[in-house]
Design a protein around this ligand. Structure first.
Ligand code: ZN
Length: 211
């Protein structure tokens, strides 16, 4: 059941969901990604209600998406709308009440090498190294903490146009991918904190890093 507190906004312009195709370089070199090979446009989008705190769906294992249809594309558009409304950089479907294996990420403003993306049924197929970094979560407002993640990951999944994609990511993109991927298995970043390391901040100092 979608947690749609739907204020459906009809926009006066066509809104595009961009994807990208990935050209995988060597494992040592970060992937080179060329932007925008497909899109869809929708005339309306909705801002969805973000599930927070101890909402049960945040602890469920999300189910694989068997096919890409119009409802899924609408969901993706609505997720982007929702994420942008709260200045997030990543969002997983369970966070808006849909227990499906779908994540979206947009860190393009500061990391143009990673165009924004919606990934269906994402799988992390390889993880290398370790990196400590601060995280927050749109579903856990006011909480931040340091989380150890793999420094570089290889990810595969489907784009909204049905194309398979596989690419390498490092730095912030690797972190957000792992954070969002965890949401699909009911794992929250607070599960990964060193005991006693959780920081309660009021308000979060940098909303742009909420994922
Ligand atoms: Zn999160």
């Amino acid at each position: 059941m979608i947690g749609m507190s739907t204020t459906r906004t009809v926009l006066s312009f066509h809104w595009f969901i961009f994807g990208f195709d990935g050209r995988i370089g060597s494992w040592a070199n970060c992937v080179s990604i060329s932007p925008v090979t497909y899109f869809l446009y929708l005339d309306s989008m909705a801002t969805l209600e973000i599930q927070t705190g101890d909402a049960p769906i945040l602890r469920e294992t999300a189910v694989p998406i068997p096919e890409i249809d119009a409802d899924l594309l609408q969901l993706i558009a609505d997720m982007f709308e929702t994420m942008y409304a709260v200045q997030g950089i990543g969002l997983a479907a369970p966070q808006i009440g849909v227990s499906k294996r779908l994540i979206i990420i947009d860190i393009e403003e500061h990391h143009p090498e990673y165009p924004r993306i919606a990934l269906i049924n994402p799988v992390i197929t390889m993880a290398v190294g370790e990196e400590l970094g601060e995280e927050g979560c749109l579903s856990l407002p006011g909480i931040r903490g340091m989380v150890q993640r793999s420094a570089t990951v290889k990810v595969e999944g489907l784009l909204p146009n049905g194309d398979k994609i596989e690419f390498d990511a490092s730095g912030l993109m690797a972190r957000v991918l792992q954070h969002e991927r965890d949401h699909l298995d009911g794992v929250l970043f607070t599960d990964l904190l060193i005991p006693g390391d959780q920081q309660l901040l009021e308000p979060p100092p940098e909303m742009a890093t909420e994922i």
